[in-house]
Design a protein around this ligand. Structure first.
Ligand code: DGY
Length: 323
């Protein structure tokens, strides 16, 4: 018996789609490892009961209207959901879900990797070897800075920010936390961290790592003024969303020596990267791989599909946005 029509807009890892079919749903699975072109998406939507969306799919009123009144759930295969117009979904009584929890460790691992790569200049060092540029060992070549005793500022102390804190503590760092809401004081105490306001964090940190969601309040949270507050030897790491940083201001701050380097997994206008970043030796650039492990991407698809199965069965969603 077919109980619902489900559109999955791109390839996912694992066998989550098979579970939708086993449950009797009619699945339109675009088994392609690339974003669904807008026109194709709009054409595939009429009559859909559930949409499994990727963070590159813009789900707005046009998409919701194309799906029609039968749409019951939008399950984003991501923890971030700035690609979804949540208010427009609510107006149409469409449940919105994301994938919190399952990508915490993978993303914190990449934040820590970028902290290490940026402070040790590993991108430039790797490029030197790879490009065949002559090198030989010396006491003074490729000097980075060590992490022990340095201060890490975590902007957005949610699950991923706190998981990054735990890793940084193991490297001997002091940690400052700043965000819209403060974490549980017991957790802050257990982590031996300190909650401060953003300006204090920026002025006191050797590394600033961004973990906040993209909202109107956090768009360009780190701009010209904030970069000026940072130390000349400081590094900026971003594994959250690109538009949290004003990229033009970052390029200018790096060029002016206002900060020492940056490690970026996300960009303002992905997949485009600001040309001012591409030629710089003091930046590490990754193609949005924060959650890119087999285990994590499988768990993300599983959770998104579990949300769809629950809602289409008339049960509450497992991880509703704002729920
Ligand atoms: C997310 O889930 O929001 C991540 O950016 C995916 O890597």
């Amino acid at each position: 018996m077919t109980v619902g029509r489900v559109l999955v807009t791109a390839q996912v890892v694992g066998d989550a789609v098979a579970r939708l079919r086993e449950a009797g749903h009619d699945v339109v699975f675009r088994d392609v490892d690339a974003p669904m072109p807008r026109g194709e998406l709009l054409a595939a939507l009429p009559g859909v009961d559930a949409l499994v969306s990727m963070l590159v799919d813009r789900v707005d009123a046009e998409v919701l209207d194309a799906a029609g009144p039968g749409l019951r759930v939008v399950a984003n295969v991501a923890v971030g959901y700035d690609n979804l117009d949540v208010a427009a979904c609510r107006e149409r009584a469409v449940v919105v879900t994301n994938t919190p929890g399952v990508l915490t460790d993978a993303t914190a691992d990449i934040a820590m990797s970028l902290i290490l790569m940026s402070t040790r200049g590993l991108g430039a060092a790797e490029r030197r070897v790879r490009t065949g540029t002559p090198w030989r060992w010396s006491l003074t070549a490729h000097l980075g800075v060590g992490l022990r005793g340095k201060t890490l500022g975590i902007v957005g102390p949610g699950a991923i920010g706190l998981a990054t804190t735990r890793r940084a503590k193991a490297f001997g760092m002091e940690v400052l936390l700043s965000g819209r809401s403060s974490p549980d004081p017991a957790v802050v105490g257990e982590l031996d961290a300190r909650v401060v306001d953003l300006d204090a964090l920026l002025t006191a940190s050797d590394v600033v790592s961004l973990h906040c969601p993209l909202t109107p309040a956090t768009r360009h949270l780190i701009g010209e003024r904030e970069l000026r507050l940072m130390r000349p030897g400081a590094h900026l790491v971003n594994t959250s969303r690109g538009p949290v940083v004003d990229e033009a201001a970052l390029v200018a701050a790096l060029a002016a020596g206002e900060i020492a380097g940056a490690g970026l997994d996300v960009f303002e206008d992905e997949p485009r990267v600001h040309p001012g970043l591409l030629g710089r030796e003091d930046v590490v650039l990754l193609p949005h791989v924060g959650s890119a492990t087999v285990e994590t991407r499988t768990a993300m698809a599983d959770l998104a599909v579990a949300n769809v199965l629950a809602v289409l069965a008339g049960a509450p969603a497992l991880t509703p946005v704002g729920g």
